[in-house]
Design a protein around this ligand. Structure first.
Ligand code: IMP
Ligand code: MG
Length: 174
């Protein structure tokens, strides 16, 4: 059984931080060809908000991945469940994530896109749990650092529930 415990990050704080990230990305990539790639399903909400804070035309695409085995044993190798349709060769890629935990998924995806001919690959996440990091991966655009608690809302789920909550909540999992 799960129970929503408390709001960790209210809507207004999410909104403000997404605006700041959008402004920073707009400055950094001005005059360049940029593709945002959202990692489904969790990043869908953040992606929709972030893209509207970018001040020049960007390409967007989505992919869905799952990891081999369980989190404790995974090497970070991922299975691509849904791939992008965009030709990313010679383009700047920004991977958009909901939350970086161990960092294993994103480390693998970064290498995957660099090997596929992207000009550059950076990572943007709205939530970050640095205390949980296992992989050595640089997160160039990190939204809000949170403690090691299980959270839902703003795209994040527990057993496919709660993704539509507009705030980030802590849940008690039993
Ligand atoms: P990792 O960085 O490879 O460990 O993968 C992070 C992914 O695990 C996130 O994108 C989420 O999908 C999921 N995840 C990690 N922590 C939480 C949480 O607190 N709530 C919901 N999903 C989580
Ligand atoms: Mg995810």
């Amino acid at each position: 059984m799960t129970e929503l415990q408390k709001v960790l990050i209210p809507r207004e704080e999410l909104r403000r931080r997404v605006q700041e990230l959008g402004a920073e990305i707009s400055r950094d990539y001005e005059g360049q060809e940029l593709i945002l790639i959202g990692i489904l399903k969790g990043a869908a909400v953040f992606m929709a908000d972030l893209m509207r804070e970018i001040t020049f035309p960007v390409g967007i695409d989505f992919m869905a991945v799952s990891s081999y085995g369980n989190a404790a044993t995974t090497s970070g190798a991922v299975i691509i469940r849904k791939d992008i349709d965009t030709d990313i060769r010679g383009k700047h890629i920004l991977l958009v994530e909901d939350l970086i935990d161990t960092g294993l998924t994103l480390k693998h995806l970064k290498e995957h896109f660099l090997n596929s001919g992207a000009l550059s690959v950076r990572i943007c996440t709205i939530l970050n749990k640095p205390s949980r990091r296992l992989a050595d991966v640089e997160v160039e655009y990190s939204g809000i650092e949170i403690p090691d608690e299980f959270v839902v809302g703003y795209g994040l789920d527990y057993a496919e529930q709660y993704r539509n909550l507009p705030e980030v909540w802590v849940v008690a999992t039993e």
